[in-house]
Design a binder for this molecule. Sequence first.
Ligand code: GN1
Ligand code: MG
Length: 367
Amino acid sequence: MTVDINQKLEQICRLFRIEGTYVTSELIQMGNVNKTYECKFILPDGTPKSFLVQNVNTYAFRHPVELMENIDKVTEHIRAKKPGQIALHFHHTEDRKTYVEDGKNFWRMTNYISSVTYDTPPNLELINNAGKAFGEFQMQLADFKPEDLFETIPDFHNTRSRFEKLLASVKADPVGRVAEVREELDWLLSVQDLACKLTDMQKAGQLPLRVTHNDTKINNVLFRKDSYEPLVVIDLDTVMPGLVGHDFGDAIRFAANRVREDSRDYDKAGVDLDVFKAFAQGFLGMTARTLTEAEIDTLALSCFVLTVELSTRFLADYIDGDLYFKILTPDHNLVRTRCQVALAKDMLKKMPQMEQIVRECAAEACM
Ligand code: GN1
Ligand code: MG
């Protein structure tokens, strides 16, 4: 990393009152939206210690101060339920702020938790534990008042409004990419009503609003290095009122896909039903007793919904000229779209089996 960024990061760390010798920082491959660095220090007593510094993407998060208020409340709520256990902790500046604004960027700092994350599950035990971790997270926030949370990204999982945004991008076609994506666009539009079912049911009062994580990729669970035990759920930027299906569906979309989210092997994309079952068992084991029948009935469909919804987001971003998601190649958002579309098609085929597995896991959890 350049001298400039090292200087900047050291300066941010000092504002969060870190003392000792700054050693270096490393950019961590984590997430598609914010930039994360591990900053390494030697503390005044001689021990090495790392901190995580994040540059929050204010194009995605337009109200970062309110976002930090949410995170503060949520982490405190969870810490109070698990005293003494490993938890996320945000550092404060001298004037008690959880962030530093330098005119251009918005920075925050957390404790560094020695752990591992997985983009693809190495075995079913791990995926079952990820299900438990997200299920437990949901239960920890069951008594948190949704109205105490600011909506960090309005209509985040409002699938109808995601389709509207896609159509607006198509109409504007700012960089002339629409012609190239007709096939994906037509397919997405052909499944619009089914994909909007959760949104419509929520609007009709048929599904309860809960406090949900809303970004449940398994790499948002930190695991112990020496076992497959989960330590803590991270990435709380989108903790907001939502539906249980948003968390279940997004987790399956990411973890149960046979290929990575942005794989070019479109014909290999599809749901691994063993992974689906292991996650469902873990998640429903924690939550099934508290869920309504309508919620349980929509869990399998929610996987399709979240996959189509994210396809519309990747495609809209491709059409917009890649403003939102970090990209590694010029066609990254197009590749992501194609992979998610292929996954969604496979989910439609496997819907009866997925529904059956959800019913069995829910029944087992309620015995
Ligand atoms: C983003 O930041 P990250 O990688 O955890 C996005 C999610 C998408 C995901 C797709 C705030 O999550 O909604 O599902 O990319 N987060 C935000 O990889 O937009
Ligand atoms: Mg995120």
